[in-house]
Design a protein around this ligand. Sequence first.
Ligand code: ADP
Length: 340
Amino acid sequence: SFDPALPQDEVELAVEGALRPASLAEFVGQHKVRGQLQLLLDAARIQQRPADHILLSGPPGLGKTTLAMIVAHESERPLRLSSGPAIQHAGDLAALLSSLVPGEVLFIDEIHRMARSAEEMLYLAMEDFRIDIMVGKGAGATSIPLDLAPFTLVGATTRSGMLPNPLRDRFGFTAHLEYYDPSELEEVIARSAVVLGIGLPPVARAEIARRSRGTPRIANRLLRRVRDYVIVHGGAGPGRGGQATESDVHAALDLYDVDAIGLDRLDRAVLDAVVRRFRGGPVGLNTLAVTVGEESETIESVVEPYLVRIGFLGRTPRGRIATAEAYAHLRVPEPGGALR
Ligand code: ADP
């Protein structure tokens, strides 16, 4: 399925890794969450025990994986990466948990997509650092308890509403990551520009920030496209030395179908469907998903949160509705109103 915030290939993944801040101090924005995490980590360090389990929720690309890496780095513990879809049986989780070294940080991305049977095993593991392994089948089946090394679980989800309460309750700390302000994105971009060795005047930085959909991953990706543009169009030669101009930024971003406020193809398709096809709504999530040819989970966890946040889409009990701002952005006259 389509996810505008996912890296495109392995080279991009490697670059993304290089752009990740390694400490809480370098992590831009999310001040509240940063302060809370700092306290959690400091307390664990003083008592020389693994930190409490941490649940991070929010749309893709806002820094959940990065924070998990920072937790491991700051507490000087090894990190193990896994994901919900990779845990399809309780046995997958048992193998993972029993191989952890004491104090290891275990990151499970998309934790809401883990198998049900594994979820139940995880409850006990999180609480008592113990699991019960079932041996045999039918009447002769017995469970063998197995002690685990203490660990810190960092779970990430784009849909915290999908997590069963017993699982959510076992996290000592839960944080929701919010979209970033343009000024925060400018900070992310400034930092990444240094890493990538590209010079950006402040207006160019602001332009990329405005078009990044509140998402650091998108900001970094657009910056890389601007860098490409500068390389190809001669800017990286001895003459300009990797210096991007404002017009380079416009040219590069227009090429990639990002509009003036950062909406991409799918955002616009969804807005367009609500406004034109369903005359402003209300329209149900599933109908909307079928109309634009996407999975409803993608619409709900990737597209809608941003459109709601910028005030283009409203959620009502009867479905999604378009606001006056959405009509204005699409330049469609509102029914019974004038084009603003
Ligand atoms: P998620 O796990 O939420 O999908 P990631 O942690 O993978 O997001 O972040 C995506 C990219 O955005 C990474 O390359 C990371 O460097 C960058 N990034 C995310 N949040 C921040 C931040 N607060 N400060 C700086 N860079 C960030």
